[in-house]
Design a protein around this ligand. Structure first.
Ligand code: UT7
Length: 329
């Protein structure tokens, strides 16, 4: 029966643009300092895409690498799910643009909108599509050109985010390994904490919305911070509970890379030593939906994850949304 299939990640890839923007560079633009950014967030530098680069360009590179890493060809992919809050445009989906770039001619394609949790929503859908026998090889991409929606006059947000993309291929795997459990959630009553008020059907683009800088991301950092620490440990506990394992059975964790203080506080709540936790935000900042797949790709390439390990991916973001996924590697 299909529902007995084990489904997991058979390939990963990631890509970040070349241009490095340091805290010192930002201190020349807004009233901030390297000392403030490092001590409050852990971020030292991030990557910004150049003017001609859009989210689909980053997604294409990461997707291509994940397909190669899986030992497949573009034609083998039968579904592309792309998580982003910075689509190239609102129509068509960025997934369709990437499908064309990859020449993935046998793939259906759609975008997922769940902000920084989007990649976890994507792999949860992909897992079920493969388990259910609807698809064989699903490419899930998290990709963001956050620099394009950052208000470079707002020091509360512009120092936190960066650009990049990460991707995985989800397919049937060896029995007993792969995705053991997933957990997703949302609380739309927290939508005011993170949003882009202009340019949608609520406030269509006008001179007034542009003058009001409504097309840039707005954030109430402290509200997100408290929610994030709580939800990272709650969601992890739920997902491992579904699979019947304990916190001490977790071999490695790949958390959303928003703030080192959030990651450390959540790890402490779970009594998880930081050696078991992937951190790369110092080098690339918060890349929203791309952060978990980039971090996962790096951890695998650095040999941090071994066969048989219990790996937890966990994240949170605008919506508010959250999600986690337990994988037996
Ligand atoms: O993917 C999810 C997306 N978002 C997040 O994960 C954000 C979660 N939140 C956070 O990471 C933190 O709340 C921040 C890093 C955004 C802020 O850190 P904080 O320790 O909560 O600082 P704060 O908001 O309490 O601000 C402290 C002070 C304020 O000044 P006053 O009012 O005390 O005089 C801010 O105006 O720091 C000021 N401040 C800055 N100073 C220098 C805010 N941003 C900056 C800045 N440089 N870039």
């Amino acid at each position: 029966m299909n529902n007995l299939k084990s489904v997991g990640i058979i390939g990963t890839g990631s890509f970040v643009p070349e241009k490095i923007v340091t805290n010192h560079d930002l201190a020349k633009i807004v009233d901030t300092s390297d000392e403030w950014i490092v001590s409050r967030t852990g971020i030292k530098e991030r990557r910004f895409a150049s003017d001609e680069i859009a989210t689909s360009d980053l997604a294409y590179e990461a997707g291509k690498r994940a397909i190669e890493n899986a030992g497949l060809k573009s034609e083998d992919i039968d579904l592309i799910i792309l998580a982003t809050l910075t689509p190239d445009m609102s129509l068509p989906s960025t997934a369709c643009i990437v499908q064309d770039k990859l020449k993935a001619v046998n793939a259906a394609a759609f975008d997922v909108s769940a902000a920084c949790s989007g990649f976890l929503y994507g792999i949860t859908i992909a897992n079920q599509m493969v388990k259910g026998g609807v698809n064989k090889n699903v490419l899930v991409i998290g990709a963001e050109a956050m620099s394009k929606i950052l208000d470079m006059e707002d020091r509360n947000t512009c120092v936190l985010f960066g650009d990049g993309a990460g991707a995985v291929v989800i397919s049937e795997v060896e029995k007993g390994s792969g995705i053991l459990a997933t957990e997703l959630g949302a609380d739309g009553s927290g939508s005011m904490y993170l949003n882009i008020p202009g340019g949608g059907s609520r406030n269509p683009a006008t001179q007034k919305t542009i003058d009001g800088r409504l097309h840039y991301m707005k954030m109430e950092g402290q509200g997100v911070f408290k929610f994030a620490v709580r939800i990272m440990s709650n969601s992890t506990k739920k997902v491992i509970g579904k699979a019947g394992i304990e916190l001490t059975d977790i071999d490695y964790m790949v958390p959303h890379q928003a703030n080192i203080r959030i990651i450390e506080a959540a790890a402490k709540k779970m009594k998880l030593p930081m050696e078991k936790v992937k951190v790369n935000l110092d080098r690339i900042g918060n890349t929203s939906a791309a952060s978990i797949p980039i971090a996962l790709d790096e951890a695998l390439k650095d040999g941090k994850i071994n066969k048989g390990d219990n790996v937890v991916l966990v994240g949170f973001g605008g919506g508010l949304t959250w999600g986690s996924c337990l994988i037996k590697w």
